[in-house]
Design a protein around this ligand. Sequence first.
Ligand code: ZN
Length: 198
Amino acid sequence: MGCFVGILWQRFGTPSGANDPQTGLTFDSGTDEEFTLAYKAYQNNDRPQILFYRCNREVGLDQLDPDQLTKLKTFFGNFAANKKHPGLPQDFKTTEELEQRVRQDLTKFLFNHRKLHCALCHGTRAKSLGNYLFSHQNKPRLIENVPTEVCQQCSEYYFDAAMIEMFRKVDWNSKEPQHVLETLVYDFSTLILKPNKG
Ligand SMILES: [Zn+2]
């Protein structure tokens, strides 16, 4: 899990001295270097998630640096759909506005991350069919081929809460099961737990 947060106002910065490994050109600034590397990683691995914010508060004339402004214009121009790094930077004027936007974006980021990844091992979740085991009137019952998601790494299943709620409302005695499974049952206290050497 990762998130890159970039914030710029009236300065793009000064060259970091490092070269872009892809183009061989010197980075325009430390921000340029960090952003370019993060964006490349995002293109290759779908992460980190990139959030970018631009302050559009007025600048006093004596603070204006034309060279810096040109660099900023080029950088933000490259967020356009057909340019170097398409995306949507967000504008803000006040600190409160920035705080509100970052909080909103990070909340959304965490929500999506939780939805797409396994809570146990952070592996990726993928659509699958699973078997849902539950008990109704003291009888264990199994529903096969339930559309669900499964962790690609540790095989943990993620059943939809609305679907489980729906199962609760079914009149199971009126449903004919497809087949009956015989189940072997063990009590935990009778198990001798030894490391499996097989
Ligand atoms: Zn997992």
